[in-house]
Design a protein around this ligand. Structure first.
Ligand code: PBG
Length: 336
């Protein structure tokens, strides 16, 4: 019998044929590894809600980055865990703050072999766990916070960051950081804006990783986006671009593929997606129970994020998926 669908099926018959007609290809070049560096520890500390991820010492961080370079992963993004927190998060811009120390260390060890991104926020550094200065009413003071972000951006650039990635969702943060960077002689440093960042239940393991508890059982719903909405994501992206963002990000990823897809048609700048800690943890938990094949589910997930329109993906799966993709490439080569 001849059904019109046969045309589609005919092109699925072998792995080589499928590779030939594949529209989306996940590549090692699409991956950015988030890494945690903790001050004042002598051994790396595992994070139980993020199996396979740890809080690094400078030595273990260097070893991990060496592995990423070896695998061909083009970028990593650093998050810091300070020994001491305070009300304004001053370790975020102290030249001796742990991220600044780590950036100098990695820059020296790896030169330009890997892109060093610096997440810019103060929640890891504040004793109340908010992403900014908290006023007398317990609300985050947007405009005062911008001054802190400007200082942190310059400190990170000075320490050797290649890309500054503000994640605090304060209004005007991209403009304030751009102005500060330009004024300090860092006009060449791009900004990756966490433009559409939703107040998500998927950040739990990350907060374990950085030791953040929002005081008084608070949340970030007053400054992060409401997951019921999609149009405001485009508005946030447009505003960040107008303020000078070079690249924009959607976060989380799996449950926001519609947003990624809309953003892809709306803008022409590089588009990132953050496959966040909770998304990683769900996958790892199911895989540890033998309920899904973790490796295949990981590749399928990241490919779907790319298919939706992301150019690159921040993911805790970076090293293992890079390893898998490199192996696949070798196998495909052997079959020729
Ligand atoms: C804020 C920040 C968060 C994440 C990255 N930057 C947490 C938050 O907004 O509470 C979460 C990333 C993840 O869950 O993997 N500095």
């Amino acid at each position: 019998m001849s059904f019109p669908q046969r045309r589609l099926r005919r092109l699925r018959r072998s792995a080589a044929l499928r590779r030939l007609v594949a529209q989306t290809r996940l590549s090692v070049d699409d991956l950015v590894a988030p890494l945690f560096i903790r001050q004042g520890i002598t051994e790396p500390q595992p994070i139980s809600s993020l199996p396979g991820v740890c809080q690094h010492t400078l030595d273990s961080l260097r070893a991990e980055v060496a592995t990423l370079v070896e695998l061909g992963v083009p970028a990593c993004i650093l998050f810091g865990i300070p020994e001491h927190k305070d009300s304004v998060g001053s370790q975020a811009w102290d030249p001796q703050g742990i991220v600044q120390v780590a950036l100098r260390h990695l820059r020296q060890a790896f030169g330009t072999k890997i892109v060093l991104m610096a997440d810019l926020c103060v929640d890891e550094y504040t004793d109340h766990g908010h992403c900014g200065v908290v006023d007398a009413n317990g609300e985050v003071d947007n405009d005062q916070t911008l001054e802190l972000y400007a200082k942190a951006a310059v400190a990170q650039a000075r320490a050797g960051a290649d890309v500054i990635a503000p994640s605090g969702m304060m209004d005007g943060q991209v403009g304030a950081i751009r102005q500060a960077l330009d004024g300090a002689g860092f006009a060449q440093i791009p900004i990756l804006a966490y433009s559409a960042k939703y107040a998500s239940a998927m950040y739990g393991p990350f907060r374990d990783a950085v030791g953040v508890t929002i005081s008084g059982g608070g949340d970030r719903k007053a400054y992060q986006q409401d997951f019921h909405n999609s149009r405001e994501a485009m508005e946030e992206i447009r505003l960040d671009l107008a303020e000078g963002a070079d690249m924009v990000m959607i976060k989380p990823a799996m449950t926001y593929l519609d947003i990624i897809s809309q953003a892809r048609t709306a803008v022409d700048v590089p588009l990132a997606a953050y496959h966040v800690s909770g998304e990683y943890a769900m996958l790892k938990a199911a895989s540890a129970n033998g309920w899904i094949d973790g490796e295949l589910a990981a590749v399928e997930t990241l490919t779907a994020i790319k298919r939706a329109g992301a150019d690159f993906i921040l993911t805790y799966l970076a090293a293992e998926v890079a390893h898998y993709l490199n192996q696949q490439e070798t196998k495909a080569g052997d079959n020729q």
